[in-house]
Ligand binder design. Sequence first.
Ligand SMILES: Cc1ncc(COP(=O)(O)O)c(C=O)c1O
Length: 406
Amino acid sequence: MKSTHVIDVCEGNLAMMDTASSLRLSELAPRVLQSEIRAMSVACDAMGGVNLAQGVCDTEVPAVVAEGAHKAIRDGLNIYTRLEGILRLRQAIAAQVARTHGIEVDPEREVLITSGATGAFQAACHALLNPGDEVVVFEPFYGYHLGMFKGMRIVPVPVALRYGTWELDLEAVRAAITPRTRAVVVNTPCNPSGKVFTRTELEAIGAIADEFDLFLFTDEIYEHFVYGNAKHVSPMELPGLRERTILMSGFSKTFSVTGWRIGYLIADAKWVGSIGYFHDLTYVCAPAPFQHGVADGVEQLPPSYYTGLARDHQEKRTMLVDALRDAGMTPHVPDGAYYILADASSIEGANAAAKARTLLKETGVGSVAGSAFFRPGGGEDLLRFCFAKKDADLVDACRRLRGRTR
Ligand SMILES: Cc1ncc(COP(=O)(O)O)c(C=O)c1O
């Protein structure tokens, strides 16, 4: 029997796939096979351009972290760790969150080392949410959060932040809550908007979570990337939110080791057991020698490492903001993370994906269509640029952008 299956190869492009049998993709299999971000990275690499599309963060790995992993491999620390991760790293993380946020956690029962923040997120969704549950996410959103929910038959309910200022609209949050709502996701500092939620905003979200008895999932992977007067506040440090907050973060960005897959989750002990169970089913443990390298970094790097990271990235932000302005693409200047959403209305193209391709062709600079971060119809006049790049590459990208034909 011949059946025809429709797949959406790359947002917006429909393709038909003929199969000779009744074999077919599952109901949950993605309609988007390759994310727009990856597609742009591939196109950019193919033409030898400068890729500001993906948040790959190719800056230097701190020597102590790299050497710690090398040493662990040489010392034979290459086998499975406990499913919770090595105790030394859990202790180092507990000490760090106590020092920086005043959050007291038990490293034995409340900290889980995960396969990146992504692994933490997946395991937490499995353990705490059911198919059909609704979860509030703020728009513009990080696509993985939505994809993860959809892949588990959980329903993401986007709530728009006020366009441009990215201020929280509390009435909109309340209006989005139904009897099926189980959680709110906060990503602070936020990819792609660079929004850093203020203490007041987090308190207001916390009050709503309390009123409607919701989990607060918080993705803080960019916690050390904050600029100017912005200050990173974790919802977990706010009074009364400890039990319902599931804090997820990691070292991909902080130590420039996106490929190592080391993240962590902090939550009340009553949730961590089940979350660890699901993490074990998929990942068994986070890569052992890299856990040791990261533990060396968390134990030994001084506070100045983290302030230096923010300072360096603030300089990179300034470089790219200036270049985008000069190129006629007014940027939304981010308070945190390392992306810039810029106005692409002057670029030719029917939608943001086409505009990103036009810019790539004109300048060799890869960016991401803003539509990747909004519901259908949104973000079509925006492009996202990543500035966590080596200075030489960023300088090259800025030169290319300024040379844009207009
Ligand atoms: C908001 C956000 N969360 C999580 C991740 C992925 O983190 P990890 O590499 O620790 O899985 C990213 C990477 O781009 C991100 O932007």
